[in-house]
Design a protein. Structure first.
Length: 139
């Protein structure tokens, strides 16, 4: 998966355990500048990376990739649970003995504390479908 410059900045910031506000103070810029960089395709200028002491993330974990894809799709943790059938009503309807998965578990998957393979696979499929729809509407 190719990360945008903004996504790379966000991953690096989160790995360093910094908030947007903390990065802004390190580089002498307002917090909304950091938010704009993270939301952009290009990301932050190289001097910002140096001044904040951040390094490019290189590869991302499955959980980090899942969080990035979820955010690209504009989904909340709760919406993901519904899409995956992990909420209480769906589990009861299927008469499955597995307990429903809470939004906390979804967050744990994004932080690498639980297996995110199914979650990541579904999000990749959703991204592919949305990209196909956009491609078809442009034609």
């Amino acid at each position: 998966m190719r990360l945008t410059g903004g996504e790379q900045l966000r991953v690096a910031r989160l790995r360093a355990g910094l908030t947007q506000f903390q990065v802004a103070r390190l580089v002498g810029r307002p917090q909304n500048a950091v938010a704009r960089w993270e939301a952009s395709e290009e990301g932050a200028p190289p001097e910002v990376w140096r001044e904040a002491g951040l390094t490019e993330p290189g590869t991302v974990s499955p959980g980090e990739e899942a969080r990035i894809l979820r955010e690209r799709l504009g989904l909340t943790h709760e919406k993901v649970r519904y899409l995956l059938g992990w909420h209480e009503k769906a589990v009861r309807r299927r008469s499955v003995l597995d307990p429903p998965i809470s939004h906390v578990h979804v967050i744990r998957m994004e932080h690498g504390e639980a297996d995110a393979s199914v979650y990541l696979g579904v999000l990749r499929t959703l991204v592919e479908r949305s990209e196909r729809r956009v491609g078809q509407s442009v034609k």
